[in-house]
Each structure stands twice: as structure tokens, then as C-alpha cells.
Design a protein around this ligand. Structure first.
Ligand code: NA7
Length: 556
């Protein structure tokens, strides 16, 4: 690839200068790098992990796999790539997704521009030079005109503050920070804390190894069978043939970036028998699209109850012990208002003689002693403990970086009452700093790769637009940001989502403001909004030409 003069990297002592610094080499950071290089820009990606892959590098717990089908949870930017790559299963396991990420890094020659094992510790905007001064964990300083935060939405693993945890004598693992060497639970007594997606995927696998497994459940979750299976060559080929339509639908029409038959009516428009038949069919088909049985499941409590009752009924059918079944039936939030889980044999695992569900809803875990977890006044003796306790989602990994914009204000301070962005892409007062799938965009409510590609394409086009007009800085205006934040909130309030104490709401982190963070208007609607804003000359963004400040705005 040829490089323009601006692509030269300037090195001076421990300082170097690039057009763009990208933070993170997951699917977002890698595609961003690809597009920047194609534009002839110099870019450096810093990744704290020992390899590319982001979420798929860290989340290597037993049973980890994607909950979006792999033929769709994959890049669409290169037709050769999507035609060549052979996904082995309907939902690829983590090692295969990581292998795919590595393949992409090599196939598109990205590795020379990625620095692994390096954390970005700070990014300070210098108003004099209108550039970012980025400090990294290897003691280097990098100057860049632009910074792109591709830090991922679920990458800041949360270890709960449970009394006695540091004194536990056995091994402790967090699902989001799993060791690279194999972990063997054979013959061990294991405790799992948490019953979210990570726990629901790992529990059936751990149960097959462990001598005894205790699952400490604070809140039961709805889970739909994955119906995972090997993909045949014929299935892959058939899917590849319709890729243009699959990708178009996912980008433009789908709410969640997934190609699926869209619902044509509300749940109460069908009679009991027809509704049950529809749920049975979705249950048999498996996966996240269960929630697409009807078009009002996440809008109307009565409609939602029909789906929730159906799943509760399934739990009662599968789980033999009626008290365990009752405890596993979610009853404090609408189905789908927390991310629905997708499992293989989760509920049936509780029929195994070596698995015990411990209900900690009332008082939580009282204490962890050197060899036991105490709950409900009882000690459960264990040799190993798995924390499937989730993440400080969407904002956690951004808050860990010391980001300072205009007037030295930190992003953390600005977001103390909750994240504030324009389109989830930029935050006012932080010029030339882009966030990929940030709060205020569909991100975690969608097929992440669809949303990542949309953001990266939008940012790339924006940078080209700026260069074509000799615009040096872009930043969200306060007014546009306030309007967008209000809109994101308003759309969320029209749904059932805010009824759940979910990580979408920041509710899993003590002290975190309760704000519904992702944009729920749908990826197709959101894309049209972003495209329209760009087509109108980036309305809501202040642009400055030449030396400084938005006072010289060329467009706003
Ligand atoms: P989640 O979905 O945030 O689940 C975390 C689980 O851990 C959840 O069941 C929590 O119960 C439980 N938890 C957290 N802290 C505690 C304490 N202190 N005591 C007991 N139980 C606790 O994280 P996952 O990793 O499973 O999934 C995250 C996303 O990754 C998922 O949505 C997919 O998109 C992929 P709570 O519900 O808070 O009562």
C-alpha cells in the first residue's frame, strides 16, 4: 500500500508522532487500523493483551462462544475474507473466533502497526498544537492528531468486593480474565458466583469436570437454547450465496444487526395456541432471535409476560426438582430487558447429582473463608472459585485511561453523572477523540461487528472529509450532545429495558449512575441518522480550520 507524506512516522527520543493512535486491537481496533492504512494515514494501535482479539483474547472460560451466529458475527468489509473463512459451528467457540482475529491481522498485514502488551495510560489534548499526547505503559509518549478508542464494551472485568475473598486458599478465576493455560476442574469442588451469560455458558462444561459444583445465584436469567451444531460445507455455501442480502439487511433494516425473519405482529394479536406454536418454533430454532417472535415483546408488559411465561414453563419442564426449577425462573425483570442468554444444556445441568443451586437472593454471599463460601448461614466447601461476575460495561475501560480534553477536564469527571456523547462517537470538549461503539450508540444491543464496521466507516469518511477541506479539528457541540443524550434516554424510556437492574443501566456497579447507556432506536435507524448528519456537513459538530479552536469554525 502506498503512503502519502502524512503517513511518515516521526520519531524523537522516546516520542513518536502518528496521524492516529488507536487504543485496542479487538475487532474494532483492527478494522479501524485497516481503514486508516488504506487512507494512507500513519497509525499505531496499542493493545494491552498479548495478542489481537480483544474480548475474545480475554474471555477464554470453558464453554465461551459467541451468542450471534458466526456466519453473521464476522467482518463484512472483505468479500474474499467472508468467502474464504470456514466457520466450523453455528456459534463458534472462543478459540476459533480468536484464530479468526489472528487470521485477519495477518491477512491484512496489520501486525506491524500493532504494539501488544502495552496499555494506554493517558491521553491529554494539547490546545496549543491541537493534538493528543498519549502515554503508554512502556514509558513512551506518542503524539497524534486523532485518537480512536476501540477499547470494547465488556473488557473491564469486575471483581466484587466480597468479604474474605483475598484470603481464599484455592484458585480464583474471573471468566473475563481467564488464564491462558488449561484449567482442569476434574475431581474438584467448584463454586461459581453469578448466573449471567458467562456463567450460563461455563456451568454445563464445569459441571461435567468437577466433583461438585455450587452455583451461587443472586438473580436468575432467561436463557434460550443455542441449538449449536456443526456447519456443513453446504450450509456455509448456501449462506455465502446470500451474503449481500444478509449484510444489507443487518446494516439497514435490522434493529439488532442480525439477519432474521422480522416479526409482523404483536404478541396479543395471536390467540393462545398460535402464540404458543410460534414460541415453540423459536425455542426449537434457538438463539437470540427468540425475542423476534413478536414486535412488541420489549415494549409492552402484557406481551412480554407471554414470552416470559413460556420460558418459565420450559424451565419447569426441564428441571426435575421443582424447588430448583422455581429458583431458576426469573421473576423480577421482563424477558429481554437484560441481555438474553444463549446456552447449551444450562437448565438440564441442574439435574446432575453433582450440581447444587444456592439461592443468595436475600442476603448475598456473607463471606468467603479460606476454603468455603458462606451463604444463608451455611458453608459450602470448595477448592476453586469462578467469578462470573461481569464487567464495568461500556464506560469502565474508558474510565481507566486518564483522558483529558479542553481545559484539562477529564472524561471521567465529565461522565460522573453518566456518559454524555453525541451519537456515541464523540464527547464535547474532547476534540479529535472518537469512540467506537461508545455509550449512546446501539453497540451492545446489536451484532457488535455490524456496529463496529458502521462506526469505523463513518470515522474514516469523516477524516477524509476533513482532510479534503483542510479541517484540523472536529468536536461535538454541547447543544447537539445534550439533544442526543436526551433522545437516547427518551427512546429507552419508551421500552421495558429500564425495568431491569442490568449492566445496560450501570446497575451492576455500586455507585455507577443509573443511565440506560446504549441507543435502542435500532442499528438501521441509527445508521441513517449518522449518514444524514455527515451528508449535511456534520451538523452538531464544530470544525476548525488551521491553527486552533472552534472559533474558526468552518462548519457546525
Ligand atoms: P453479567 O451478565 O453482568 O452477569 C454477572 C453475574 O454475576 C450476574 O448474575 C450477577 O448477579 C452476578 N454477580 C455480580 N456480582 C455479584 C456478587 N457480588 N454476588 C453475587 N452475584 C454477583 O456478566 P457476564 O459476564 O455473564 O455477561 C456479560 C455479557 O457478556 C453478556 O451480557 C453477553 O453480552 C456477553 P445480578 O444479576 O447482579 O444479581
Amino acid at each position: 500500500m502506498s503512503e502519502t507524506p502524512s503517513a511518515s512516522v516521526k520519531e524523537q527520543g522516546n516520542r513518536s508522532a502518528y496521524d492516529v493512535v488507536v487504543v485496542g486491537a479487538g475487532f474494532a481496533g483492527m478494522y479501524m487500523l485497516y481503514r486508516l492504512r488504506r487512507q494512507g494515514l500513519s497509525a499505531r494501535v496499542f493493545e494491552q493483551g498479548g495478542d489481537v482479539g480483544g474480548t475474545w483474547y480475554w474471555n477464554r472460560y470453558p464453554g465461551a462462544r459467541c451468542d450471534v451466529e458466526s456466519m453473521q458475527y464476522s467482518y463484512s468489509f472483505s468479500d474474499e475474507l467472508q468467502q474464504e473463512w470456514n466457520w466450523s459451528e453455528r456459534y463458534a467457540p472462543q478459540p476459533e473466533i480468536l484464530q479468526y482475529a489472528r487470521h485477519v491481522a495477518e491477512r491484512f498485514n496489520l501486525r506491524p502497526h500493532i504494539q501488544l502488551n502495552t496499555r494506554v495510560e493517558g491521553a491529554v489534548f494539547d490546545e496549543g498544537t491541537e493534538s493528543w499526547r498519549v502515554t503508554t505503559s512502556d514509558g513512551k509518549i506518542v503524539v497524534a492528531k486523532f485518537v480512536v478508542l476501540a477499547t470494547g464494551c465488556l473488557s473491564n472485568a469486575r471483581v466484587p468486593d466480597i468479604r474474605g475473598l483475598p484470603d481464599f486458599r484455592g484458585s480464583v478465576y474471573h471468566t473475563g480474565h481467564w488464564p491462558h493455560e488449561a484449567v482442569d476442574f476434574t475431581g474438584l469442588r467448584v463454586g461459581v458466583i453469578g448466573t449471567g451469560s458467562s456463567a450460563i455458558q461455563s456451568i454445563p462444561v464445569i459441571a461435567r469436570q468437577a466433583r461438585e459444583l455450587f452455583v451461587f445465584q443472586r438473580t436468575p436469567n432467561f436463557s434460550i437454547p443455542a441449538r449449536n451444531a456443526e456447519l456443513t460445507a453446504q450450509q456455509r455455501d448456501a449462506f455465502r450465496k446470500i451474503y449481500p442480502e444478509v449484510r444489507r439487511f443487518a446494516r439497514e433494516q435490522a434493529r439488532n444487526g442480525i439477519y432474521a425473519e422480522p416479526p409482523d405482529r404483536g404478541a396479543l394479536d395471536d390467540g393462545d395456541d398460535a402464540r404458543r406454536a410460534k414460541y415453540e418454533q423459536r425455542w426449537a430454532n434457538g438463539g437470540l432471535t427468540f425475542m423476534l417472535a413478536y414486535n412488541n415483546l420489549i415494549l409492552d408488559n402484557a406481551a412480554n409476560d407471554t414470552a416470559a411465561d413460556f420460558v418459565r414453563g420450559k424451565i419447569a419442564e426441564i428441571v426435575e426438582d421443582s424447588e430448583t426449577a422455581r429458583l431458576l425462573q426469573p421473576d423480577n425483570h421482563p424477558i429481554g430487558s437484560k441481555r438474553i442468554c444463549v446456552d447449551t444444556d444450562y437448565y438440564a445441568t441442574f439435574n446432575r447429582p453433582n450440581v447444587t443451586l444456592v439461592d443468595i437472593r436475600a442476603d448475598g454471599i456473607e463471606e468467603i473463608s479460606p476454603c468455603a463460601v458462606r451463604a444463608g448461614g451455611k458453608d459450602y466447601e470448595i477448592d476453586a472459585l469462578v467469578l462470573a461476575t461481569g464487567f464495568d460495561a461500556m464506560t469502565g475501560s474508558l474510565a481507566k485511561i486518564d483522558i483529558r480534553g479542553r481545559n484539562g477536564r477529564t472524561l471521567k469527571e465529565k461522565w460522573a453523572e453518566g456518559p454524555k456523547t453525541y451519537l456515541g462517537l464523540m464527547s464535547e470538549g474532547f476534540p479529535n477523540l472518537f469512540i467506537i461503539t461508545g455509550p449512546g450508540s446501539p453497540s451492545v444491543l446489536s451484532n457488535m461487528i455490524v456496529s463496529i464496521e458502521q462506526h469505523v466507516d463513518w470515522i474514516t469518511d469523516c477524516l477524509a472529509w476533513m482532510r479534503g477541506r483542510r479541517v484540523e479539528t472536529i468536536e461535538a457541540t454541547k447543544e447537539a450532545e445534550e439533544e442526543w443524550v436526551a433522545h437516547v434516554n427518551e427512546v429507552a424510556q419508551a421500552t421495558l429495558y429500564p425495568q431491569a437492574n442490568s449492566w445496560y443501566m450501570g446497575a451492576n456497579i455500586p455507585g455507577k449512575p443509573r443511565i440506560f447507556m446504549p441507543y435502542i432506536g435500532g442499528v438501521g435507524v441509527y445508521r441513517r441518522i449518522c449518514d444524514d448528519i455527515a451528508a449535511k456537513g456534520y451538523v452538531g459538530f464544530a470544525m476548525a480550520a488551521g491553527e486552533q479552536s472552534p472559533r474558526k469554525a468552518v462548519s457546525s
